[in-house]
Design a protein around this ligand. Structure first.
Ligand code: AMP
Ligand code: MG
Length: 445
């Protein structure tokens, strides 16, 4: 880790002019990378577990998965139709007529041979007989009965030799990677592994992520609210966000705004977790004692980020706690307390870092674009994350509309939304009809 990097948590506490979102992201990725390379952090990349497919969703594949077989294992039909030898297409005659000599089903191959002027009724997935190389789909044929046998006729111009046949090894070749290491495993990957006969996958150990909520006003669910107190909702949105990544969550509860409790909670988290995520207590009014504790326990920068919502954020590492015998550092994110800001900063900074620490190759969220239904006011000089609903407009194009009030504490704006509209740092106000960047909350598959 380089001390000359002004964004390094080793540098004096940062209360400099606002930090560009991209610079904050780069600083986080750089520090995580340094910590991993220098083995100064327990990352889950080195520890590999074998898990069954039904447990593997959203885990990160630790080694390339090599296909043990060709897929498909043999040539087979891509359509319901008639298989024949494509020699018969080399004719001037516009109509081809073939006699049906049998039927091949998926899983029930036809054992006989197919001669000149003959064809085989074949179902999708059924093995192609060795003397056939082409399949005419059923809907292009007309069949007539002639005595005991059936004759099919189709136009020669309707297909070329070799069509509608899947070749052995066309999808995957034996010994070649079917899924690359670093993949965040999706349902299709699990299906792919199963199609190869593989029941277990080597994945990186789950990261252990501690979460704590800080604030005297916070109450756990089940308690009544006294004047000025609120329920601790961040714990649940953070738990939901972490569960989506299939990580191990260590719940460190609610911590009062006093240095001794906070210090004890940080020490407890650092002894158990790879990463600690706190919410609250990093805004200007409250950061002073958090900073004081951090100077004892770790190297943490207090950032003022040019973004909305989610301006204050602390980021760095907690040192190993000598008494606990711990050898490794714990990555620390001190997120702002506002419920929407927690989710935005998690999305923007924490998610990628967790994936990186866990060995994922693709850590950046995907963006798309949509047309703003109304104008959106925005000042250049900060990145804004507006909560919005993306839908299909009248002309079929994707559009977005902002969900109601956008205050950083208004969780309903998040709950009703299905995406963020991301207005980048340099951008000014948006006019109705302009294309804007969008990050969808849910991937379909
Ligand atoms: P802070 O960052 O501690 O100044 O908190 C900013 C705002 O977020 C305040 O209104 C807090 O009451 C609120 N807040 C902080 N932590 C939580 C939490 N865990 N759940 C819900 N609201 C919170
Ligand atoms: Mg607070």
């Amino acid at each position: 880790m380089s001390n000359s990097n002004p964004l390094s948590p080793n540098s004096p506490v940062l209360l400099t002019p606002s930090l560009h979102v991209d610079d904050a992201r780069k600083a986080i990725a750089g520090l995580v990378n340094d910590l991993i390379t220098e083995s100064r952090i327990r990352n889950a990349v080195g520890d590999i577990e074998l898990v069954s497919l039904d447990q593997a969703i959203n885990r990160i594949l630790a080694e390339d998965l090599l296909s043990p077989i060709d897929v498909p294992a043999a040539d087979n039909s891509a359509m319901d139709g008639y298989a024949f030898n494509g020699n018969c297409l080399e004719t001037q005659d516009p109509d081809i007529t073939l006699k049906v000599v049998g039927t091949a089903f998926a899983g029930k191959p036809y054992e006989g041979s197919i001669g000149q002027g003959e064809c085989l009724k074949i179902m999708t997935g059924a093995l192609m007989p060795p003397d056939c190389d082409t399949v005419i789909p059923q809907e292009f044929t007309s069949a007539t009965s002639k005595g005991d046998s059936t004759i099919v006729t189709f136009q020669q111009s309707q297909l070329k030799r070799g069509e509608n046949r899947r070749l052995a090894g066309e999808d995957l070749q034996c010994g070649k990677p079917a899924i690359s290491a670093g993949r965040l495993l999706r349902p299709s990957d699990l299906g792919l592994a199963a199609s190869l006969g593989i029941a277990e996958l080597k994945v990186h150990r789950k990261l252990k992520v501690a979460i704590l909520s800080s604030g005297d006003e916070l109450r756990p669910l089940g308690q009544s609210l006294d004047a000025g107190s609120i329920y601790d909702s961040n714990r649940y949105s953070l738990t939901g966000l972490l569960n989506r990544l299939n990580l191990e969550i260590i719940d460190c509860g609610i911590v009062q705004d006093d240095p001794a409790s906070l210090k004890a909670a940080f020490i407890a988290a650092a002894t158990k977790a790879d990463v600690l995520i706190s919410s609250g207590g990093v805004s200007a009014g409250e950061a002073d004692f958090t900073k004081q504790i951090m100077q004892e326990l770790g190297d943490v920068g207090f950032w003022k980020i040019a973004m909305r919502p989610g301006r204050p954020m602390a980021f760095g590492v907690l040192k190993p706690i000598a008494e606990s015998g711990a050898k490794h550092r714990t990555l620390f994110f001190g997120l702002p307390g506002n419920p929407v800001a927690v989710m935005v900063t998690f999305y923007q900074f924490v998610r990628s870092a967790l994936l990186q620490l866990n060995g994922a190759s693709q850590t950046e969220p995907l963006l798309t674009q949509a047309i703003a239904q109304t104008s959106i006011r925005k000042k250049p000089g900060r990145t804004e994350f507006q909560r919005a609903i993306m839908e299909r407009g009248a002309n079929g194009q994707p559009t977005v509309r902002i969900t109601g009030s956008q205050g950083a504490g208004i969780l309903r704006s998040m709950s009703e939304a299905n995406c963020f509209v991301i207005l980048n740092h340099e951008q000014g106000s948006v006019a109705a009809g302009d294309w804007v960047d969008v990050a969808l909350f849910d991937g379909l598959l």
